[in-house]
Design a protein. Structure first.
Length: 281
């Protein structure tokens, strides 16, 4: 589904999205995450006032605006879609947010305390190269917080069935974890959100189907059919365990200890270690 002009999609799907999420859980996200999961991941990454955040593939900044508003961080969002960024800029008015239109990699120049990648890891075939780039963009002790669809790569038949399969690159979790380790990113926090994302996918599919005539009237029959087909596949795959949705926070090494004298006043406090999630293999 080509969403280069994002506004018609955002408008067409707004009513169904509002209906699909539980009360207080819709914040403009274009994904299966609920608002409380977005904030839980942000908190696990140590996002707080004065923390600098780079949000990769921010879309219309549903999560970004929620995080910037609730947690008071300094926020930069980047997305390849100029129309999505135009909507994001309008949504973020009055907040300490800036946006760039860019296809990543490469990442924006500069160092950040936290890099976010929400609900878009599956679009990157070369995940380990991306981890290396992200590690290079993080300040010492910086955190990379993301969600990922974990599973064996799609078969030819699955690729045939999935609309826009060229943006669906599943990777087994052990391979992802090994890639993080090689990029010197140590996992600090991990959750399996497969069950809640299955419930959200089911709810969204039901709401899109219920509002089908109005949605098709704005984006066309074909785009609606592809949207529903993709949701049906995610529902099947999450229900059967073919795919699992994992949320992770991984951290770079802290700055090397100062060998003589007292630590400088500017030394960053280290991130309190969030409790590890249940083991996920
Ligand atoms: C599913 S949306 C998720 C948006 C947002 N993170 C959220 O959770 O609501 C995926 C976004 O990633 C963007 N995107 C995909 N590949 C990209 C790339 N290589 N560089 C920049 N943006 C990309 C798309 O334009 C789209 O806005």
């Amino acid at each position: 589904m080509n969403q280069d002009d994002r506004a018609p999609f955002v408008q067409a799907l707004q009513r169904a999205r509002e209906a699909a999420y539980a009360s207080g859980e819709f914040a403009g996200q274009e994904s299966f995450m609920g608002a409380s999961e977005i904030l839980a991941l942000a908190a696990a990454a140590g996002i707080a006032p004065r923390v600098s955040v780079l949000d990769l593939c921010c879309g219309i900044a549903g999560p970004g605006v929620l995080i910037a508003r609730e947690l008071g961080c300094t926020y930069a969002g980047v997305d390849a879609s100029a129309s999505a960024v135009a909507i994001a800029r309008a949504r973020a008015r009055g907040l300490r947010c800036r946006f760039e239109v860019a296809r990543i990699p490469p990442l924006l120049p500069g160092r950040f305390d936290v890099v976010l990648l929400l609900e878009t890891m599956l679009a990157f075939p070369a995940k380990e190269a991306l981890f290396q780039e992200i590690a290079g963009s993080l300040a010492p002790g910086g955190r990379f917080a993301f969600t990922v669809e974990a599973g064996q790569p799609l078969t030819d038949a699955e690729r045939e069935a999935m609309p826009d399969a060229d943006t669906v690159w599943l990777t087994p979790l052990p391979e992802l974890l090994a890639g993080l380790e090689r990029a010197r990113l140590a996992v600090r926090w991990q959750r399996d959100w497969s069950r809640s994302h299955l419930a959200t996918a089911e709810s969204l599919a039901g709401a899109f189907a219920a509002d089908a005539p109005a949605i098709a009237g704005q984006i066309g029959d074909r785009a609606l059919a592809e949207l529903l087909a993709a949701h049906r596949l995610w529902i099947d795959w999450l229900r059967s365990g073919r795919v699992r949705k994992i949320a992770l926070v991984a951290q770079t090494a802290s700055a090397p200890p100062v060998r003589t004298g007292r630590p400088p006043a500017s030394a960053r406090p280290s991130l309190p270690r969030a409790p590890a999630g249940p083991p996920v293999s």
